[in-house]
Ligand binder design. Sequence first.
Ligand SMILES: [Zn+2]
Ligand SMILES: [Zn+2]
Ligand SMILES: [Zn+2]
Length: 147
Amino acid sequence: MKVELKEVHAVYSWSWDIPRSTNDGSIVEADDDEDVCGICRASYHAPCPNCKYPGESCAIVAGKCGHNFHVHCISRWIDTATSKGLCPMCRQKFELLEGIRLNDPHKTHFKEIEAKRFREIQEQIEAGNYEALEEEIPPIQEDVEMS
Ligand SMILES: [Zn+2]
Ligand SMILES: [Zn+2]
Ligand SMILES: [Zn+2]
């Protein structure tokens, strides 16, 4: 009998260590598998709609607000003007949760998006286009004293 190997289906067993912020500020590991990405509604353990395979290439990032997303979904979202840099679930400013390994590879990327948005807003200010900025200003200037 001749056996011809036509295709190999590799089966990996893995899962993300997704942290969960608790009310007292400590971080615990999420233990349920029910969690889905708030943007594409796919499970954290499945890839986003634009990727074929889950895992490192379609990573999950954890937000300070306690919401987690595929890095592709959330970076595309906060890169849009309509997002205003806010979490689509709770409308708080979306920032990566500090001190967890999951987010480390993505910090630079998110800083770049934030810097780009900041530049866009400055360009609007320079152009005197304040109307377009009305809703943009508060999240950026939250630390600046208004005179
Ligand atoms: Zn997603
Ligand atoms: Zn993806
Ligand atoms: Zn959120």
